[in-house]
Write a protein that binds this ligand. Structure first.
Ligand code: SF4
Ligand code: SF4
Ligand code: SF4
Length: 243
């Protein structure tokens, strides 16, 4: 059977999600038994006019990005949004909380030049074109990417967990960060990371975006118990552009 051709593209982001692909190491060799990587600026010098699966990292911030993404979509049978920037806009969306002149001053100071400036709204990939799958996280979980790719190669539809991080956190037996006086986004954030941050002594900062229908009533009860508000949760969820 001919192996599906995979092409990896990047837009606005730190490339940390692509780095996770590099870090797959032995797992990468196993994946290459089921797919051919035909274009990937960060990993190989080849380019290809044709591919079956496009993996897109990063947010869309300029008109030329929109055109490029539309061309990628037109050439791909399947398109995967990779990471928080591609899935939600990610930290790039914080720019939209400022006017452009203020953002320019903060980032570039007196060295700012016109061509440095983003000139369009910051958008997630699925705000511009349709997507077939997403891999959540900032950065992504390497194993999750492997599972998504294998499912796609077999013609399946990858499932994104739709339960909150708290489920995995409770299962791991962690002491809740609220007991330590901290705010944790676990009650409203999509699980699937194994509650990585609370398990390593940090609160969840919501990198996997919100679950589809957050249980606001339950979250409100938790917030009230600890003298916090749901608005504080929502405000913090905005860090990764979660909609
Ligand atoms: S999701 Fe995070 S790690 Fe991935 S490209 Fe964006 S900022 Fe970097
Ligand atoms: S709020 Fe955070 S620390 Fe507490 S159970 Fe949920 S994920 Fe774990
Ligand atoms: S615990 Fe929260 S911030 Fe940490 S990896 Fe999971 S979703 Fe992301």
């Amino acid at each position: 059977m001919k192996k599906p051709r995979v092409a990896i593209f990047d837009f606005a982001g730190c490339e940390g999600c692509q780095l996770q692909i590099v870090n797959l190491e032995e797992e990468l060799l196993q994946l290459l038994e089921v797919v051919d990587v035909v274009e990937w600026r960060e990993g190989i010098s080849d380019q290809s006019p044709e591919f079956d699966i496009a993996i897109v990292e990063g947010a869309i911030t300029r008109p030329q990005d929109v055109r490029r993404l539309e061309q990628i979509r037109a050439r791909a049978k399947v398109l995967v949004a990779l990471g928080a920037c591609a899935s939600h806009g990610g930290v790039n969306k914080l720019r939209q909380r400022l006017d452009l002149a203020a953002a320019k001053r903060i980032v570039y100071g007196t060295a700012a030049r016109e061509e440095f400036l983003v000139s369009g709204p910051v958008q997630a990939v699925d705000e511009v074109v349709s997507i077939d799958a997403r891999v959540e996280g900032c950065p992504i979980d390497r194993q999750e990417l492997g599972n998504v790719l294998r499912t796609l190669v077999l013609g399946g539809e990858p499932k994104v967990p739709n339960y909150p991080v708290c489920v995995e956190c409770k299962r791991a037996g962690n002491i809740c960060r609220y007991e330590r006086g901290e705010i944790c986004l676990g009650p409203v954030t999509r699980g699937g990371c194994g509650a990585r941050c609370p398990s390593f002594g940090m609160w969840c900062y919501g990198c996997r975006g919100s679950v589809d229908e957050p249980n606001i009533h339950a979250a409100r009860a938790v917030m009230e118990r600890y003298g916090r508000t749901v608005q504080e949760l929502e405000e913090r969820l905005a860090l990764f552009g979660s909609r």
